[in-house]
Design a protein around this ligand. Sequence first.
Ligand SMILES: C[S@@+](CC[C@H](N)C(=O)[O-])C[C@H]1O[C@@H](n2cnc3c(N)ncnc32)[C@H](O)[C@@H]1O
Length: 531
Amino acid sequence: MPNNKNKHKHKHNKKKNSGNNNNEHDDDVNVVKVDDGDIINDSGSDTQNKAYNVEISDIFGRYLVCSRDLLASEIIIQQKPLVIGPIANCENVPVCIGCYRPLGTMNECYRCTGCQFPLCGKHCKSVDHTKDECSFFKDNNLAKYLHKDDNIIELQHDYETIIILRCLMLKSSSQQLWEKLNEMESHCDIRKRIPELWERNEKTIVNRIRNKWNLLQFSTEEIHRMCGILEVNCFEVGSNSTTARALFSEAFLMCHDCVPNTNHTDDPITHELIVRTTKPLKKGEIISLSYAYTLQGTLKRRQHLHDSKFFWCTCERCKTSDELGSHASSLICPKCTHGLILSTSPLNENAEWRCHKCNFTLSAMFVMNLVTRLYDELDSLGGNDINQIETFIEKYSKTLHKNHYIFLSAKHSLCQLYGKIDGFLINELSVAQLRRKETYCRDLLEVIDVLEPGSSRLRGVILYELHAPVMIQITRELQMGKIKNSDFKRQLREVIQILQDSYDILRHEPNGSQEYEMAVAAKSALMSIKS
Ligand SMILES: C[S@@+](CC[C@H](N)C(=O)[O-])C[C@H]1O[C@@H](n2cnc3c(N)ncnc32)[C@H](O)[C@@H]1O
């Protein structure tokens, strides 16, 4: 699908949902199109022209590879959710079951006139609470369970179960979608052997559906399978206060890589997913996304992948002890004080860590405990205290490499705080503070270029943050006669390039998102510089 020109049309089996997208079930407005699993795209070509082929390997299971050469920022997949629903452990409950907006309290919130489930209002724009679902909830008198908020944990579990129920309801509402869903991996064999996971689901989800809600038509095995399908395959969609989880019938096939070559966004209302390349890809190249946070160290990343997606990653980044030269996990040797301590065998999470200069060693357990403690310490500072975060960086500058992921997290906060919070607004920053903001942005970009190369969202955001301190510094220096006009012009060209790169990446973000706002601001800054 090169550059939006060569898009897929939903050729066949496109059908109306049995419900509709309006919570009051107004059949005239915005009728839901159910995605039967083919790519739906916003212009023309057919589904034969997919940007990918599905392959299968002993390591990944099924995975996607490019069916042809792809350009940077090409759309690979664009599709609506197969199933969507509230997240697990949602802190904002009660939320609207249509659009996931927080509702305040259960007693006061608006309720669907059909099934009495909580909604944000009569005119909720979401498509997710369908007519079929409404009848099902009503017939089974389920609203009585989502009535009170005196037990928040219980309410969170009720909400968590809604998406499982939406999956199970496909069995009777659409054989085709039910089959699509059941193509997804649930890792039941592995998950069954993890008692804390299996028993938690048994107690929280299975017993709720079968015993509390008395929906005995769904078997214990089926419910566990849906839990697994969600755990293994779901995408988090939406934004901060309106987060949801969703399954997509093609996108789930992308395998994980700790240096992904795609970016994805979703529409704030429909949650249609768009997956794009972040760099040019060759025919046959694996299409990957990261199931873990990329600016995290190998020990933590691999553990997270193992615990939540049930595999040990063996990608190129995980194989190298310096994380492809980024040093995102490297420690400074406390003994010789200038060597770096790295894992001796990064694919073995129990392997020793050793200084490459003096051979001083640390156990993996010690390293894990150290990074957990430091991460918690950083976390406890709260997100907004510039001075405390600066002190944290200073305090551990002889313990962690400057690109260690804990420092990257601190620097990420700082480069967004400098210029934005009271007492540190951009025009109030001293030369030293402007330089620090610039340095943190450049440090981050150095690592992002290795770990999220190309047009990643993070890169777009950090580039945007970088332009302001550079621009202000050169303007001040010119005004004070510290630089010549020719130097100013040269550095201004760099600012233009930074803004242009940021705009080119962030313009693909959904309208209404913070990142899209940055793209708009970058464009307007570009225009005012050029005028
Ligand atoms: C979302 S599914 C991806 C589709 C899956 N391969 C399939 O055939 O259904 C995630 C699962 O794929 C496998 N997988 C994905 N990326 C992997 C990787 N880099 N290494 C090993 N297994 C991977 C794991 O079994 C993981 O739990």
